[in-house]
Design a binder for this molecule. Structure first.
Ligand SMILES: [Zn+2]
Length: 186
C-alpha cells in the first residue's frame, strides 16, 4: 500500500474513527512497509525522484546537491544521497569527496565556506534523511557555529584517547602490515 492509498483508506472512515483506522492499518504493516511509507513522505526522497522541483547544482547516479530553499546564506547547498539513508554508519565515504568538490566551488563565491554534517538530534539532525550542508560565509551573516573551550585534565584526555582508539574497527591480522599506509592506527 502506498501513502495515497493509505490516506484514501483512512478518509473512508468518519473523522472520529480515523485515528483508530490509522492504528489498525499501521498494525498490519511490516517494518519494511513502514520504512517504505516514511520514504514516500520524505521531502528529500521526493526531490531525488524529481517529484518535487529543486535547483540542482550537482547530480550523479547516487547523490544530489540542491540550493537550500531556506538558506542560511546565499549559495547554501544541501548534498544528500538519493537513497533514504538515515544514519552516518550507512553513508558512503564518497559523499565526503563530493562535499569537498562542491565546497571548493562555493569558495569561489565568498572565499569562506562551512561543511556541516549533523548526526543525531543533539548534533542538530532535524530530518531522518542524512545530508551535508555547505554554507558559504560572509561577514556578519548571523550564522553561529561556535563551542566552548573547556579546560580538561590530562588524565581525562588519556582515558578518552584509549577509549576512542579501542573503538576503531580492527582487522583480524592485528599488525601494522595489515593496514594500508593511509589508515594506520596510533
Ligand atoms: Zn528520504
Amino acid at each position: 500500500m502506498n501513502l495515497e492509498e493509505l490516506k484514501k483508506e483512512i478518509q473512508k472512515s468518519p473523522p472520529e474513527k480515523r485515528k483508530d483506522k490509522l492504528e489498525e492499518l499501521m498494525s498490519e504493516l511490516s517494518p519494511e512497509d513502514i520504512e517504505e511509507l516514511k520514504k514516500q513522505e520524505c521531502i528529500f526522497c521526493m526531490i531525488a525522484s524529481k517529484k518535487v522541483s529543486s535547483h540542482v547544482i550537482y547530480e550523479d547516479i547516487d547523490y544530489l546537491a540542491v540550493l537550500d530553499i531556506l538558506p542560511a546564506t546565499p549559495g547554501h547547498v544541501i548534498l544528500f544521497p538519493k537513497q533514504h539513508i538515515i544514519s552516518l554508519q550507512n553513508l558512503d565515504n564518497e559523499i565526503f569527496a563530493i562535499a569537498k568538490k562542491i565546497a571548493l566551488v562555493l569558495s569561489q563565491l565568498t572565499g569562506n565556506v562551512n561543511i556541516l554534517l549533523q548526526s543525531g538530534a543533539l548534533a542538530g539532525q532535524k530530518t531522518e534523511h542524512m545530508m551535508i550542508h555547505l554554507i558559504p560565509r560572509v561577514k556578519d551573516d548571523k550564522v553561529n557555529i561556535t563551542w566552548p573551550a573547556n579546560k580538561v585534565d590530562d588524565q581525562i584526555l588519556l582515558k578518552l584517547k584509549e577509549e576512542i582508539i579501542s573503538k576503531f574497527p580492527r582487522k583480524k591480522e592485528e599488525n601494522l602490515e595489515s593496514y594500508s599506509k593511509k589508515e594506520r592506527l596510533p
